[in-house]
Design a protein around this ligand. Sequence first.
Ligand code: FES
Length: 612
Amino acid sequence: MPKVKFIPQNREVEVEAGTTLLNAADAAGLYIEGDCAGKGTCGKCRVKMIKGGDAEPTAAEKKHLSKKELLGGWVLACQRKIEKDSIVEVPIQKDAHSRKITLAGGIEKLEAEPVIKKTHVKLDRPSVKDQTADLERLLGALGKEDLTVKPRELNALPKMLREHKFSVTATISGNRIISFEPDDTSDQMYGVAFDIGTTTIVGSLLDLKTASVIAVSATTNPQNIYGADVISRITHANQGKEQLQQLQNKVIEAANDIIKDLLKKTKIARDRIYEIVAVGNTTMSHLFMGIDPTYLAPAPFVPVYSRALDVEAAEIGLKINPAGRVTFLPNIAGYVGSDTLGVILATKMDQRSDNCAAIDIGTNGELVLKTRDTLMACSTAAGPAFEGAQIRQGMRAAAGAIEAVAYKDNDIKVTTIDNVPACGICGSGLIDAAAALLQAGLIEPSGRFFNFEENPEKVSDHFKNRLRRGKTGIEFVLVPAAESDIGEDIVLTQNDVRELQLAKGAIYAGLMILIKEAGIQEKDLDQILLAGAFGNYVSRESALTIGLLPQLPIDKIKAVGNAAGDGARVALASKSERDRAVKLPHQVKHMELSTRLDFQEFFIEAISFPKI
Ligand code: FES
């Protein structure tokens, strides 16, 4: 079997001849960026063959790679099959998670009301006169005779008592003792809150005694290899038990990596983590629990379950205290998951008496509207454009991503994350770029680029060399090759603008349906909350300029950070909040947009940009 060595990560793996480089990298535990599940359509899984890459380029490689790149050994990892020993250079992935980590713990103060209880007791030693059994002796001291315990945990008790002078701490979850620890460990009680995103997984370690977030870690959701969107993953799961297991393994491994990182950062012992509370969209929730989400894909989009699911950590392979509990918060509907519930929980929207909308833009776009009379939610098929997918040089918000574009002094200026040379464009940059080009008159309200070929005299000198005809139509050069990090121009294409229009049109139309259904008007909105990393970094002015949001005064639009993840933290920290989370789905009216004829009307209206 041929061997493949990946550098500079220095990982080596042996694979069957004919295995793609993408799958070989996966087998070596390496993640290679790509959005199309290996179909060869996104062109993002570029790697460089140092040895063993002398096969003819495939049609997809010829389409996505320039002649210079092909000659330089660049290939698409999903297209290139390994036939002999190879050495492959994988570009170092830029850290795309720092913003999500920064936003974690955005809630000012969490109330500590842990579900888990730890009690330390010092027992009387048994004697011939007092032959009470160990467990009954302990329960008597705890004053809780009705607690249960499994043989696995009970087995550890007798020796522990005798080796530690009958000083023991019992950890109690509900009516069950889940662990015995020698001596007094009652001040060591931790839990992890997970936000399981389609693209990114974020874990926060909480000290349950104080409800404080003590460390945060994030990673790419490695299910990405099966596609950037939930439908691709459902399709993969639908192929059989093995494929479903692959998807569950990927997400559980990623969660375990995050736990490992959190423990390394804090030097806390693994078995002192007793609880995990997770949120995610409904598909993520199913895959995390290993439940087949097949019937979520076709209408009527029915999930297997919507209630909170509670399992033992060891049951699904999560490496915390083996008897620790894992709770995935309830989903609202097939495409409105516990992440949206988390937004409601963290922002306390349900308790507001004014008119407030929340928009959480990630790989999908979820919307919530609270008015005096109703609380409603829906999901729009906005697509992952705001995460950089389906955008020619789209990328996630990592160093080098164009994050801001401004039209100033008759020129278009770009700013990148960390002010390093540009290597692509992220969601906030995409919206800014469209807004700036609209202001400059280079994009028309219809979304078409200004036809500079018919009216060359109307293009200012500044833009003469930047507006040009590319392979797929007119495009605008945001950063020339000489200044970019990737040795090629970074452009905004006509297709990128179209993708943006579809995404923003879907979100706006979804919001309009909720507003109509609630019997209010746009102007009646008292506040719009923008949730998620995207919501935090997007320019509110640009979002208004392109018509992503209703035309409200800017001070009515507020970023609330990673509210979905905050929801998981709130529910982990507080029993009352967890109880509230369990009941919340019953208060939320779900609006299914696919059956609404007026959605199409709003959508078509919203696709155009507002006139400047
Ligand atoms: S082209 Fe390879 S993953 Fe998309």
